[in-house]
Design a protein around this ligand. Structure first.
Ligand code: HEM
Length: 516
């Protein structure tokens, strides 16, 4: 009986302890002074169930009710969401010293050696040096003129791409994503290794496959970022294994290239990105930036630079297919400026091709490939708009909400390149509420390269081909809900669609292959 009484007392004490503990927890949480939070957060999972498969849409919808800055619970973690151009710019530009770090993220730590690269590095001295080195190397390569310049390398890829597409012209309708991936990955290879690979080079195909799988795996492992303990569950931990294995394979490949470069390095004649980084490191060696960082930075360029550009091109072609009148306008402008003399355009044509330029901007506005940007975090406890945001809190700048904001973009779901033209028909420079590459300290490092690649590849394809859906095909959806696997920090892809690339007007490839 005594034992029974004791156990009853113990149970009561334990229950009482939990009541007090949970009350204190709730009380302390309330005192955090975080931005408001939507209702409907569940224990353990938080708002995850409400966010669904296209969180950027739900987060944009919540903006109407909870304002530009609010807090959601991702699992057990508070995440502050920034909506609309003003709040995003204020945080990332006006408060750039505060909001330039990255949060801890289990999956991103695996693929970045816990921040040894640039993209997922915390904001510290080492980050500043890595970014400065990489930025200056990209600039030097970008400024080279003539053969071997970045522009010439991209034009060369554009020629190869058009040749490949013309070989496949009479074949079955196809998803040309693989061709685009080869072109874009080769642009990075030319820049980083100083060489390109053939379309059927096994080593190159293997590298592309590994990089693609890695990017896809990061996308599908986001639940593990929220609940890292899932990695101990059999079945789920296979994605953990793939992430580790493939990251190591990419690094091993890059290490070989770095060794090859070091052995043949000529300080007076840097050939490519690796040479420039090695020289920079040897001449101005810094303690916070070592040779190990070089391989992680190179991996950054492949991971951040390939799928992003390919997905944008795919969206572009899809919109051209769905809006044939826009496709015709772009082709008419290309024809009027390039005539039949130029196989592929040059960057010098840019200023003469405003409609084409505006079309590429509209593609990037209407389908932001990083709708929720990469996650940011405050470097230290920060007061923002009257709220107290602790250091390390995950911040999601909802780029989608800016790019699709009806205040800046009337009828935002309509594909209309004219939004980016002024009354004189010139391209509006630096339009507000247009943030495909984000803004502030962590703005995309490859923005210039990406813009060059998009311009030269997109226009070369439209110069030589008209893109159509196969006869009888179901019209692919561009509904944001259909963008698959969009999670913070990953790119989204639309459903694969078969595109038939056809010669324009006269049923022939527009320019003969010799002129390509
Ligand atoms: C259409 C193509 C691309 C788009 C839309 C894009 C977009 C972005 C965005 C939104 C970010 C996150 C910025 C932030 O955290 O606020 C980013 C970061 C980054 N991007 Fe890009 N990107 C593209 C292509 C490229 C290319 C071609 C490269 C390099 C070759 C590249 C390298 C990087 C790197 C290294 C970062 C991390 C920057 C940092 O944390 O300091 N990106 N990009």
């Amino acid at each position: 009986m005594f034992a029974a009484l004791l156990s009853e007392v113990s149970i009561r004490s334990i229950a009482l302890f939990w009541v007090i503990f949970l009350t204190l927890l709730v009380f302390l949480k309330r005192r955090k002074n975080l931005p408001p939070s939507p209702s409907g957060s569940w224990p353990v999972v938080g708002h995850l169930l409400s966010l669904g498969r296209a969180p950027h849409l739900k987060l944009t919808e919540w903006r109407k009710q909870y304002g530009d800055v609010y807090t959601v619970r991702m699992g057990m973690e508070d995440v502050v969401v920034l909506n609309g151009y003003r709040a995003i710019k204020e945080a990332l530009v006006d408060y750039k010293d505060a909001f330039s770090s990255r949060p801890n993220n289990y999956v991103l730590n695996i693929v970045s050696g816990s921040g040894k690269n640039i993209a997922f590095s915390k904001f510290n001295q080492a980050y500043k040096e890595k970014r400065k080195f990489a930025y200056s190397a990209l600039r030097q390569l970008g400024m080279r003129m003539g053969p071997g310049s970045m522009e010439e390398n991209i034009r060369d890829e554009a020629r190869q791409l058009c040749l490949k597409l013309s070989e496949q012209r009479d074949a079955q309708p196809r998803d040309i994503a693989d061709n685009l991936t080869v072109s874009v990955a080769n642009i990075i290879c030319s820049m980083v290794f100083g060489k390109r690979y053939d379309y059927d080079d096994e080593k190159f195909l293997e590298l592309s496959k590994i990089v693609n799988t890695l990017v896809a795996q990061v996308g599908s492992s986001q639940l593990m970022s929220v609940f890292p303990y899932l990695r101990f569950i059999p079945g789920v931990n296979s994605s953990n294994r793939i992430l580790v294995e493939f990251t190591n394979e990419v690094l091993a490949f890059l290490r070989q290239e770095i060794t090859r470069h070091r052995e043949t390095l000529d300080h007076d004649n840097p050939r490519d990105f690796i040479d420039l980084l090695l020289i920079e490191l040897q001449t101005h060696g810094k303690t916070d930036f070592t040779e190990e960082n070089i391989e992680w930075i190179l991996q950054d360029l492949f991971i951040a630079g390939t799928e992003t550009t390919v997905t944008t091109l795919q969206w572009g072609l899809l919109y051209m297919v769905l809006c044939p009148e826009e496709q015709q306008k772009v082709q008419a402008e290309l024809d009027s400026v390039l005539g039949t003399d130029h196989g592929v355009p040059t960057l010098a044509h840019r200023s003469q091709l405003p409609y084409t330029e505006a079309t590429i901007m509209e593609i990037q506005r209407i389908r932001a490939i990083f709708p929720l940007n990469l996650p940011h975090a405050p470097n230290e406890d920060t007061t923002f708009r009257g709220y107290d945001i602790p250091a390390g809190t995950q911040i999601l700048p909802n780029l989608w909400s800016a790019n699709m904001d009806p205040e800046f973009w009337p009828d935002p779901a309509k594909f209309d390149p004219r939004r980016f033209l002024d009354s004189d028909g010139k391209v509006v420079t630096r339009p507000e509420s247009f943030l495909p590459f984000s803004t502030g300290r962590r703005v995309c490092l490859g923005e210039q390269l990406a813009k060059m690649s998009l311009f030269l590849l997109f226009n070369s394809m439209l110069k030589h081909f008209t893109f159509k859906l196969p006869e009888g095909a179901t019209i692919p959806s561009t509904d944001g809900q259909k963008i698959k696997d969009i999670k913070p920090g990953t790119t989204g892809t639309h459903d694969p669609f078969g595109i038939r690339s056809q010669s324009s007007s006269k049923d022939e490839v527009r320019n003969k292959q010799e002129s390509l």
